[in-house]
Design a protein around this ligand. Structure first.
Ligand code: MN
Length: 232
């Protein structure tokens, strides 16, 4: 797999609470939240747990879910030790590519997309108030896009006792692409524009850079992080 990644603080926020991980077939993004620098600590902690997790020969979906649960426990433990970190949390969207399959674990409103034959498919479901209302049929897509609670998460790594982790897996075909991103991209750049950039840019790194630039050109209202991978 050829992989490119880019992250930027944006044009409004004082610090970058996003992070990403690219290592040995493991791709992840995390978007932290919390006061002071707690958001940065939450996302960096979760990504470090994923980076160091002892993945073995077991069921990849179960291992990936266990890795996210380990990140949840670690972020909670840090928050309980330091009052300034209380309430911190993070999204985690992580993909593990093994041979011709990709395994995905996900919590929050960062996203993973599959890019296949020029079409973009959103694989993960957003865990936000607006997205849950949309799935329940209580509001439409336009209302969801402008909903005052569109950024409020219904699940986050490090928040609450029990964490429900979405896991899924799908086959990869030669030429397929994967895109992982935080909401700093998708709040400003819609799926059609993401697909256009992936089509235009020659390499995953060029695509990641161009997508971040597009979010910045449209205001850069949040931290923005993009990981792009292309299967051989
Ligand atoms: Mn964000």
């Amino acid at each position: 797999m050829e992989v490119g990644a880019s992250t930027h603080v944006g044009k409004v926020r004082p610090n970058n609470e996003d992070g990403y991980l690219v290592r040995d077939g493991l791709l992840a993004v995390a978007d932290g939240m919390g006061g002071h620098r707690a958001g940065e600590v939450a996302s960096a902690t979760a990504l470090a747990v994923l980076r160091d997790y002892p993945f073995g020969p077991g069921d990849p979906s179960a291992e990936l879910a266990a890795a996210v649960q380990a990140a949840h426990s670690r972020v909670r433990a840090l928050a309980s030790q330091d009052p300034s970190m209380s309430g911190m949390g993070t999204t985690v969207t992580v993909a593990r590519v093994t041979g011709d399959r990709v395994y995905v674990a996900h919590v929050g409103d960062s996203r993973l997309y599959l890019w296949r034959a020029g079409q973009l498919h959103q694989v993960t479901a957003d865990h936000s108030v607006a997205a849950e209302l949309l799935r329940a049929g209580q509001i439409d897509e336009v209302a969801a896009r402008f909903h005052p609670h569109r950024h409020i998460l219904t699940r986050a790594v490090g928040v609450g006792d029990q964490l429900d982790v979405d896991v899924t897996d799908l086959p990869l075909e030669p030429g397929d692409g994967l895109l992982l991103c935080t909401d700093g991209l998708t709040a400003l750049v819609d799926d059609a524009d993401i697909a256009r950039v992936l089509l235009e840019q020659p390499t995953p790194q060029a695509a990641a850079d161009a997508l971040v630039e597009l979010a910045l050109a449209r205001g850069g209202t949040d931290n923005v992080t993009v990981v792009v991978a292309r299967a051989d």
